[in-house]
Design a protein around this ligand. Structure first.
Ligand SMILES: [Zn+2]
Length: 325
């Protein structure tokens, strides 16, 4: 589906098969002899073919196209290695550019899984997570030379002047684009409307939930009349949604705190105490990959409680245990 939102600014829905996210919103801006694609879809044919068809309909010439990637997740960055050409600039935030180049990195994943095992994730379930993890399966496979962007840097294309707004939380260097004149915010996965962005643990970001909540306030202050997220519906009232997202995390923090109040627990043991928005009757029914995402999100909440002085974290017998402070 192609939708013209403003003159020369389009949304293309790129399908994400078997993902609860359903589709990625790719935004395409036409300038004077140059194009900009904001986020791309996963590196798989089910994304590539519909996106290529949309680009053809919009007469986008990839030899004259630059890319802006809001964050490292494969559903946003996966196709940039396939679509970018020697003449493309690929704009990417400084934090993630320092440790991601969109080439396969087995060591990164191994380290990731050792960390989850220490947080109680059963090692026998880990292998199916590895094979099913979208980040592992559908990442870009070509080394990219990035044009590194920081807070306040600008991208001018046609009638649009986008300003970079750093919003770490959902990912370590997540970045939005703000068009002040048109009051438009392209917000990646910082704010979603009919689903809630996953906030997980990141090695590169101490207390990711703390960063996320303060960067919701940062965006709350912006004058926005249309917000263009990375998935699902686009909407007008970002401030109401920000208050709902803050409330959502406060509720989960309370659930995690009541779990550790019963005694020391790993994140794996705390996760079933938390309310998850998934179509399963019990924790045991969750697919392994969804358990993996849920445990990551639980760690982010527990680490927030630690930084808030409400919980403490200790390593006991190679397991990370959280308990009341
Ligand atoms: Zn994401």
């Amino acid at each position: 589906m192609i939708e013209e939102l403003f003159p020369d600014l389009y949304r293309v829905e790129v399908p994400l098969p078997r993902s609860p996210l359903k589709a990625l919103n790719s935004y395409i801006v036409k300038g004077k002899g140059r194009f900009l694609i904001i986020d791309t879809g996963m590196n798989r044919e089910e994304c590539l073919i519909p996106l290529q068809a949309a680009l053809k309909k919009l007469n986008v010439d990839l030899d004259k196209t630059d890319f802006f990637i809001t964050h490292l997740h494969a559903d946003h960055s996966g196709l940039v290695g396939v679509l970018s050409t020697d003449s493309s600039k690929v704009y990417f935030n400084k934090t993630e550019a320092s440790f991601v180049n969109f080439q396969p990195n087995e060591d990164y994943w191994k380290k990731h899984f050792v960390f989850y095992a220490a947080n109680g994730f059963p090692e026998d379930e880990m292998m199916s997570v590895w094979q099913g993890h979208p980040g592992y399966r559908y990442s870009s496979r070509r080394k990219i030379t990035f044009t590194v962007m920081e807070e306040g840097n600008e991208i001018e294309i046609g009638n649009y002047l986008f300003r970079c707004v750093e919003t770490p939380g959902h990912s370590p260097g997540h970045m939005c684009l703000y068009e002040a004149d048109k009051k438009v915010l392209i917000c990646g996965d910082h704010i979603l409307f009919d689903i809630t962005p996953n906030i997980t643990h990141w090695e590169q970001l101490d207390n990711s939930l703390g960063h996320y909540l303060s960067n919701l306030e940062k965006v709350y202050a912006l004058d926005v009349s249309l917000i263009l997220p990375g998935h699902r519906i686009i909407w007008t009232d970002h401030r109401k949604r920000i208050r709902e997202l803050q409330e959502h995390h406060r509720n989960r923090l309370a659930e995690a705190l009541s779990a550790v109040a019963e005694g020391g627990k790993t994140a794996w043991e705390v996760a079933p105490y938390v309310t998850w928005d998934i179509d399963c009757n019990s924790w045991a029914e969750f697919p392994s990959v969804q358990k993996f995402f849920a445990v990551g999100e639980t760690i982010a909440h527990l680490d927030y409680l630690v930084s808030d002085g409400k919980a403490k974290k200790e390593m006991i017998n190679h397991q990370v245990l959280y308990s009341l402070a």
